[in-house]
Structure formats: C-alpha cells, structure tokens
Design a protein. Structure first.
Length: 830
C-alpha cells in the first residue's frame, strides 16, 4: 500500500523536512556526525578514518537519494522515451570522489571534515573499488552512465550485483595468483536494497502445447524459480540535479515452499537447496574469451535480462496499455552479446504472456533493440551449445527456431539458395555440436549495429559481419568510444583541472569538453608550460611514491615515465614492450660511458591482469618480473632504466597512474583492438601516445596530428599479407637477439619461458612482434629525442589535452541518443 501526501500534507511534510538537505560545511558536519552515531553506530567522540568515510558517504548518499527521487518523479511525469542500457559488466571504481564532484560539494566536504580533524583525501582512499567488470567494455559502461546522467537523458542501467567482483591479483615470486574480491564485506553505502522490487526468474522444465480459449498455445512449465532483488545505485550528473539509476539484480531463493522436502522431513536439505539459488549472482566471470558450455554463464545472462524486462514492462504498463507504443517509449541497448537473450525473452513475454500475434510482437522487438559489439576477434563471438540452451530455456529455443526460420525464408527470397552463405548467417550453427550464435541473433533482431570506432566498424562491414552488412547496410553505424572527463581529469587530476580552468577562464569545459580546444592557443606560452610541467611533476611524485610502496623500487622523477596498463593479452603485445625494454637494457649495457650520459632515463611501468586460464598472458607477467629483477639490480644501469610491474591494476590505480605518466603505449597488432579507451584517458591528461594505427587511434591522429604522437607498425590492411609471408621472412636481428636472451635463460626460468618465445618465432609470430619491432624501436627513439627538448614535449602534451575533447563519452552518448536510440534530454528543473 502506498501512502501519498497532497495539498496541506505536502506543506507539512516540507516543514518537517526543512526543505532539501543543505550543502554548506556546517550542515554537512551535522549530517556526518549524525551518521557516525546512528548509521555507523560509533561514538561521535571517537571514530576512525574508515568510520568517518562511512559517515561521509552516507551523508553524500542522502543528497543523491533526494535528487534520485526528484528525477524519477520527473521522468514519470514527463513520460519520455527512455533508454535502458543492458550490460553484464559495469566497472564503477570508487563512488565517493565521483559523487562529490558531480554534486559540486567537494570543497564543502573537505572543509567540514578538516574541522572535525579529518582529511578528505585520506577518507576517499578508504573506499574499495566496485569492480563488477573485466576491462574496457565495463569501464566504458561506467563512463557512459556518467554522461547519460550529466546530459539529462532519461536512462537507466541494468546489470548484475556480483558478490565477488573481478579477482584481486596478487604477485608471488613474479607469478600472478587470483584472490576473491570480497568487495561487499565492509558494506556498500552507495546502494539501496529494494526488498520490495523483486521478480521471479524461471529456468529449466518443459514446454507443453495446450488449447486455451480455442487457441493453440505453448506453455512453459519451469523447473526452477529464483528471485531477483533490485539494488539501486544512484548515478549523479554533473552540473544538473538529474540523478539516474543503475539497477543491479541479486539472486535470492524464491519464497515458494518446497513442500516435498519439508514433508519428507528433509528440512536442512530443503534450506541448503534454496540457498543454491544465490549462486547465480555470486561471481563475475573473468574474461575467458570463451564460455562454451558454461551453464552458470547462460543463467546469469537470462537472470538479469528477465528481471530487467519484467521491471521495464511493469513501468511501461503503469502508463500505457497498448504495446504498439512500446518502441516510442523504450530503447533497449545491448552492450555486446551478453544480454542478447533479451530479444527472445521480449518475444516470449509478448507472445505467451501478453497474447500478441507473432507479427505484432516481432514488429515491436525489431524497433526497440540496438546492439553494440566490442570485439573484432571472431573467436570472442559468443556461442551457446544448443542442448544446454534447450535444457535451461526450452521455450526460448523454440522461439529462436521460429525467428531463424522466418529470417532464413526472408534471406532465401533475397539471395536465393546460396546454402553456404545461408548457413554462415543462420542463428543456429550446424555441426557436430549445434550452437546458437548470439551475435547473429543480436544483429537479426536489432535495428542498429554499432561498432566502437571507425576502424572497427570497417572491419565489421568487410570481415566479421560482411554478409549482414551486404544484406542490411543501413543497420551498420559506429560511435567512437569516449571516456568521461569528470572521472579522468576532474576527479583523478585536480591540479590539471584547476590549471585548465584558469587558462580557459571557465570551468564550463567540464560539461562542454570541446572548449578544451582553446588550450591550443596557449600551448607555446612559457608561463602555461611552466605550470603544466609543475602539475606533471606533482603527479609523478605521487606515482613514484606509490611505485616505491608497491614494489620497493625507487624511481627518478627526471626519467620519462612510460606506461602500459591494460588487460594482459597477446594481441595487446605487452611482450613487445618487454622485448623493447630488454633491447634498451642491452644497448645501455654495451655502451661506452660517454654514450651513457646521453641516454634518456626511463621508468617503464606495466600493469594489468591476465585472464586466470590464459597461460601465455601469465608468462608475460612473470617475464616482466624476471626482467625487472635483472635490470633494477644492475648497478651499471642505475637510474637510466627501471622496469616495474604495478600489481592489481584497477580503476583507482589507473586514476593515480595516468596523471603521472609522460608516455603511454597502445601497441596492439593493427586490426585487433576494437577501439581502446585507455589512450583517451592518457590523452586527456597530457600524456603522449606511442601507438599503432589500430582502433580509435586513427581518429586520435586526426585530432592531434601524427606529429604530436609516436605512431609505428603495420597498418590494418597490411596485416593479413604480412601474416601470410610471416613464415618465410626472417625477423630483424635485434629482435632475434632479445628473444634469444629470454630463450637462453638470461633472466632465468629458461624452461618456463620457452613456450612464450615459441609464440613469436619459427614462423608462428601471429601478432607480428618481429615484423613491427624495428619500427617500434624507431618510435621509441623518436620519443627519447622529443623528451630531451622539454619545451617541445610540453607543447605536445598541451596539444594532446587540447585535442582530447572528441574522445569524451558526452560526445559518444549524444551521438547514440540522436542516431541510435531516439531519446531526448529530460531535465529536472532547478
Ligand atoms: C573492449 N572489449 C575492447 N571486452 O577490447 C576495446 O577495444 C574497447 O575499447 C572496449 O571494449 C570498449 O568498447 C572488452 O573489454 C571484454 O572485456 C569482454 C567481457 C566479456 C568476456 C569477454 C571479454
């Protein structure tokens, strides 16, 4: 039963609440102390940093909730078309620092705390990361949520509330070990549990044909029901009161009684069985690039999709009673293929529960879904074995058959009986094991298929989804990825943020990022250059301290900080980076003393997690440690070269590392990185890029100019030919020499590294490390030369930040809103 206030009661309510919460330091202090006493339940006369963090977070959260309520009321009143962003992964990182910036209360919080004897920065460090995702795709979702809120779009995100996020990486003797991420152990003040927002999600069972009201119907009799409970995470916009929602589902045992077990007296077992339901949202799958046959993965996907659609449909039905209006009110974004089962689920609901005809239901489905793919690797396209699908979701399989039958008929009409092509495009893959191709399903049922960069989109059209592009060229678009400048400059680099605002004479760039371009006019001014270098130095000091704490290695601030942080994967070529470091070491080692004085000192920093089951990626991490051990302890080398591995790379670590970097590497084999977003964060922070012409780098070149970057290596269209010739061409001598050092045990672990060396020699260098090595070294040498000329380097750095506006997720989201989702801002009046 809902209680409501109106008229005089509303006024009374406002009187009682004394209006909105106030943001001055004294009001914040009162709230913090209130939460210390009544939420954290500690004495207000004695609480520590963590308790102060909790109390501060609850005070901030109260302000978020106010805005959240007002926003949702406003959306309800205006009833605009809404976007629902469906994603199995969101890499949110910390919330406190981001929230206080977006609410515009950071200084007030800092002041309130300092009078209580606490330091804001110290408290912000108390928060652990919400790491409900693997890498680029998941962090992109988080950036896009920030932009959706800031741009006032009526949008919600939906995902899974994993109890264990991405594993923690610990390094023992240079080897990666995985530890569970108990991120909820100390509570999570940023979420609101909605015990009353829950939906049953069904699995297994069988389908029967029944006649209902003289009509033949398919009736699914499920074998298991699990309850999905909502947890809401408010996402505040910047410079607006709009606060949107990220609703994450947790699995709970269903309320239904297992009479059978209770009757047989097996009370304990009945309870244990119920608890098993919770497994569904227990753990995030680490990136395995293949989930073939993993039943739990399919159940996770369906669980979150089914709960989300029930919620979305309920909200739609609150206001409308004709499903033909559904596409005017709802846009459903599929973030990769992980939520693509939702197209089938919506068909099922419309057919079996809402009693719509196939034609009407299909017409609706085709108008609401949009699909973005984040990969170019064909092996990363998800497939679900048919027998597994049939066991878990029997009714859905029937619907897939029907969708595919209709699609194949349509296709035959267009292309004739080209059975080879028909079988390539079919949603069902025939063979010894039959599979459902989730990407084909998504393309057939979505009205738009987006790539994440221009180059990616070209590859989709000419290689990965060529057949579909020929059939439906109008479906294919691309939206170059972007990152939010709120998190990646304002939160993580406050000194740079102030400097930019000072020189632009405004803070407006924080929501109108194109203004950054005006920095170009000042790039050569000595005063700005001086201040710019000071900011970099402060950030390098912070990073150097962190490196020393984490790895015990002392690094010189005069050295160029050269960084590669991202997931470890062969195609991202951290191995190439390490071989380059070995080459540098080898050169310095064999130099005359007089030449050593000319060497530009470097600190090479690598960080990233290897997928737990990916042996070669794990060997790359070990190699990095083994090489570091040799170099860092070589007294001949001293500060001229250091190599450090930063353990447990995550969003918060990135916030510290990126502002302190001089150079960053994005060196994937061309044609393999769909977009890459790390490069954009470095760019915003005035860090120069050493990169291959892959993913979105080509677009960065268009903005910044190749002369302000260090571009090397084969181009996307050259790669296939080089691969063909690879077995017949000898790698350059320098390359063979450094690989030999590893092979011969110069860094120890000779047997262990053998299989790693095998991946780049004997005609098996699939990722073309050897073929790109010479031009890689040339790009590195160019970076050294540029670094010596401090003014030139600084100008390049300013121009990088100045040209980064196009890579804001604000631009990406505006593009999606206009060209793909058809949604408009719905701003809460101030
Ligand atoms: C990444 N994909 C792309 N996938 O590799 C990167 O180029 C792009 O910039 C980014 O998406 C955003 O578009 C990616 O991160 C995953 O993490 C998958 C998660 C599910 C398992 C397989 C990997």
């Amino acid at each position: 039963r809902k209680a409501g206030f109106s008229g005089a009661k509303t006024e009374r309510m406002f009187e009682l609440m004394d209006g909105f919460l106030k943001n001055d330091p004294v009001s914040l202090q009162k709230d913090i102390l209130h939460h210390v006493e009544y939420t954290v339940a500690r004495s207000r006369f004695s609480f520590d940093d963590f308790e102060a963090y909790q109390a501060l977070s609850h005070s901030v959260r109260d302000r978020l909730i106010e805005r959240w309520h007002d926003t949702q009321q406003h959306f309800k009143k205006k009833d605009p078309k809404r976007l629902y962003f469906l994603s199995l992964e969101f890499l949110m990182g910390r919330s406190l620092s981001n929230s206080v910036i977006n609410l515009g209360i950071k200084d007030q919080c800092a002041e309130a705390l300092s009078q209580l004897g606490f330091e804001y920065e110290v408290l912000a460090e108390q928060e652990g990361d919400a790491a409900l995702g693997n890498g680029g795709l998941a962090r992109l979702s988080a950036c896009q949520m920030d932009s959706l809120a800031t741009l006032d779009f009526p949008a919600w995100g939906y995902g899974l509330r994993y109890q264990y996020g991405l594993f923690r990486q610990i390094i023992i003797d240079g080897f990666q070990h995985e530890q569970p991420d108990y991120w909820l152990n100390f509570g999570n003040p940023w979420e609101i549990e909605r015990v009353h927002v829950s939906y049953p999600v069904k699995f297994y069972g069988s389908v029967k044909e029944e006649v209902v009201n003289g009509k033949k119907c398919k009736v699914w009799i499920p074998g298991e029901t699990v309850e999905a409970v909502a947890y809401d995470n408010p996402i505040p916009g910047y410079g607006t009161r709009n606060t949107i929602n990220l609703r994450l589902w947790a699995a709970k045992p269903s309320e239904g009684l297992d009479i059978e077990s209770y009757n047989t007296g097996d009370y304990i077992n009945a309870i244990v069985n119920r608890q098993k339901a919770e497994i569904i949202s227990n753990v995030l799958y680490p990136d395995d690039r293949s989930y073939q046959g993993k039943e739990l993965r399919l159940k996770q996907q369906y669980f979150f999709v089914s709960a989300s659609l029930q919620d979305i449909i309920r909200r739609f039905k609150d206001m409308h009673n004709n499903f033909d209006e559904f596409p005017d009110k709802v846009a459903l974004q599929l973030n990769d293929t992980h939520p693509s089962i939702s197209v089938v689920e919506l068909m099922r609901v419309l057919l079996d529960e809402e009693d719509l005809s196939w034609k009407r239901a299909w017409n609706i489905v085709c108008k609401v879904f949009t699909f973005t793919t984040h990969t170019v690797l064909p092996e990363a396209l998800e497939k679900v074995p048919m027998d597994l699908f049939e066991t878990v979701l029997p009714r859905h399989l029937q619907i897939i058959y029907d969708i595919n039958f209709a699609f194949m008929e349509e296709l035959k009409n267009k292309i004739g009986k080209d059975y080879v092509r028909l079988s390539r495009m079919s949603i069902i893959e025939e063979g010894a094991v039959k599979n459902i191709r989730m990407a084909n399903l998504s393309i057939v049922c979505s009205h738009t298929v987006n790539g994440v960069s221009k180059a990616h989109s070209e590859l989709l059209k000419t290689r990965v989804f060529m057949d579909f592009y020929e059939l439906w060229p109008e479906k294919f678009q691309y939206k170059t990825n972007g990152v939010t400048q709120r998190r990646w400059i304002v939160v993580s680099n406050p000194s740079l943020c102030s400097l930019i605002s000072k020189w632009l004479g405004t803070e407006s760039w924080i929501h109108d990022v194109d203004l950054l371009t005006h920095l170009k006019n000042h790039a050569s001014i000595p005063e700005l250059q001086h201040e710019w270098k000071m900011v970099k130095k402060i950030n390098k000091m912070r990073l150097a301290e962190y490196i020393e704490t984490m790895s015990g290695v002392k690094v010189s601030l005069d050295a160029m900080f050269d960084v590669q942080i991202k997931r470890i994967h062969e195609y991202k070529r951290q191995f190439l980076n390490i071989l380059g470091v070995i080459h540098r070491y080898d050169c310095i080692k064999n130099m005359e003393e007089s030449d050593r004085r000319k060497v530009v000192p470097r600190v090479c920093i690598i960080g990233g997690k290897a997928p737990p089951g990916y042996e070669i990626a794990k060997k790359i991490i070990k190699l990095c440690h083994a090489v570091a051990e040799t170099i860092n302890n070589d007294t001949d080398i001293g500060d001229l070269l250091k190599l450090v591995f930063i353990p447990d790379y995550n969003v918060s670590v990135a916030e510290l590392v990126i502002p302190g970097s001089d150079l960053s590497q994005h060196i994937s084999t061309a044609g393999h990185e769909a977009s890459g977003t790390g490069s954009m964060k470095f760019l915003m922070n005035g860090c120069l890029l050493l990169a291959t012409a892959d993913g979105s780098t080509n677009e960065i070149i268009e903005e910044i100019g190749a002369e302000n970057m260090f571009i090397f290596g084969a181009k996307i269209n050259e790669v296939p030919k080089l691969r063909e010739k690879e077995s017949t061409i000898k790698a350059p001598l320098q390359f063979r020499r450094v690989v030999r050092m590893v092979r011969d045990g110069y860094f120890g672990f000779k047997d262990y590294f053998k299989s790693l060396c095998d991946t780049v020699e004997n005609g098996k260098d699939f990722y073309l490390l050897g073929s790109d090595f010479t031009s890689y070294l040339e790009a590195q040498a160019a970076a050294d030369r540029a670094y010596v000329d401090k003014e030139k380097w600084c100008k390049m750095s300013i121009l990088s930040t100045a040209g980064s506006g196009r890579f804001s997720s604000d631009r990406t989201i505006e593009d999606y809103a206009e060209k793909t989702w058809g949604i408009k801002p719905c701003k809460l009046p101030l």
